[in-house]
Design a protein around this ligand. Structure first.
Ligand code: CTP
Length: 366
């Protein structure tokens, strides 16, 4: 059980979202709201995702102060008695996460800086957002789940997401419709299960808290990034839609309309195949987006690319795959295939990581 202690600060409005995301990740959440906090957010906002309690239950795994007020920081840093029931439960034998809600002036106050320093020294995990304000709900959740030692802790995972673009001239490119949602969902879920995650993203705008982020544009940039990152990784998940072709030559300026345009393409390097050649022991997951039954194509790619699992989907079906919020996949390995019917990409990410953990013999701890 995770105890969420919500302080009386404007950031309290984000606390129900923290509870919801933790609960969706499979955690049992209990919430302490003191009287002052109830001016910002009431128990009803947590309904369905957490239990609002006076005193937490026995099976406490971690305490999360979000938002933590300056008074809470001071009390925890200096052991100033047990003002509220919650602080009594922040004993050091379990992880305590503190997400302060500070404006820039308060954050720069020497007493507050000193308290944060002391808390850091004492092993509390401080989660500050940009400009030292409250971290976002997703940032808090990523840190908490990552810090709890989930079933994938100790694993380093590189995930690719998005679609590569190959320039034709200084303004035009050949690209594809990948939104990057599937890869980002896998990165988020892997982080939540405790893995250390590096995400190589091609041409997508979203930012996923808690993961290392490398932006690339072309196949060659992605290939170089992946090759260097997997050197000390255990797993590569190639969810990106990688261009199969690139223009044979690049025109530096903008091609004028009057000049006409015929582009000759050449095949790009196969990143998965290349990485397998260099890293025989790496666990690799590839994707196969196919018109019609994806299983034969996935099987062929499993063998040709030397990967451990291939996730296949039928892109002729409406509402799944490229750009959509949902997906429907077959996960194909040496031992056979399993079908996962239409579900959110987050659900499908969970299925992919379950399959990966089973194949790698990583035992779930929950
Ligand atoms: N992939 C890759 N390098 C490439 C192209 C694709 O590593 N140059 C990866 C993709 O990220 C995906 C898998 O390979 O995980 C399958 O991609 P796909 O384009 O379907 O594979 P191709 O080898 O191009 O096969 P096809 O003959 O179907 O085009």
């Amino acid at each position: 059980m995770i105890l969420l202690v919500v302080g009386a600060a404007p950031g309290a409005l984000a606390a129900p979202e923290v509870a919801r995301e933790l609960s969706e990740a499979g955690c049992h959440v209990e919430v302490i709201l003191d009287t002052e906090t109830r001016r910002f957010v009431g128990p009803a906002a947590f309904a369905g995702n957490a239990q609002v309690v006076e005193r937490p239950g026995e099976d406490l795994e971690a305490v999360v102060f979000a938002p933590a007020t300056t008074a809470t920081l001071a009390r925890l840093a200096h052991n100033l008695g047990e003002e509220s029931a919650a602080e009594a439960y922040s004993a050091r034998d379990r992880p305590v996460f503190i997400a302060p809600d500070l404006d820039a002036a308060t954050a720069a106050h020497p007493a507050v800086e000193e308290n944060l320093r002391l808390l850091g020294e004492d092993g509390y995990r401080i989660l500050a957002g940009s400009e030292r304000g409250l971290a976002s709900a997703s940032e808090v959740v990523a840190e908490v789940l990552g810090g709890l030692g989930g079933p994938l802790s100790g694993l380093r995972i590189v995930v690719t997401a998005g679609g590569t673009r190959e320039p034709i001239d200084s303004v035009r490119f050949v690209g594809n419709r990948s939104s990057g949602k599937m890869g980002v969902a896998i990165a988020r879920e892997a982080r939540r299960r405790g893995a250390k995650v590096s995400l190589v993203v091609a041409n997508i705008e979203v930012v996923e808290p808690g993961v290392e982020w490398f932006a690339v544009e072309t196949v060659d940039e992605m290939r170089r990034g992946v090759i260097s990152l997997v050197e000390d990784a255990d797993v590569l998940v190639m969810a990106a839609a990688v261009s199969d072709f690139k223009p044979a030559s690049l025109v530096e300026n903008k091609i004028r309309r009057g000049a006409g345009l015929t582009v000759e393409f050449v095949a790009t390097d196969d990143i998965l195949k290349d990485v397998r050649g260099r890293n025989p022991g790496l666990f690799m997951v590839g994707f196969a987006a196919t018109h019609g039954d994806p299983v034969p194509d996935a099987r062929e790619k499993l063998a040709r690319k030397g990967v451990n699992l291939v996730v296949g989907n039928d892109i002729s079906k409406k509402g799944i795959g490229f750009g959509a919020e949902e997906n429907e996949v077959f996960i194909v390995g040496d031992g056979g295939e399993r079908f996962f019917p239409r579900a959110s990409k987050q659900e499908i990410a969970r299925a992919i990581l379950d399959a990966l953990a089973t194949e790698m013999n990583v035992e779930r701890q929950d």
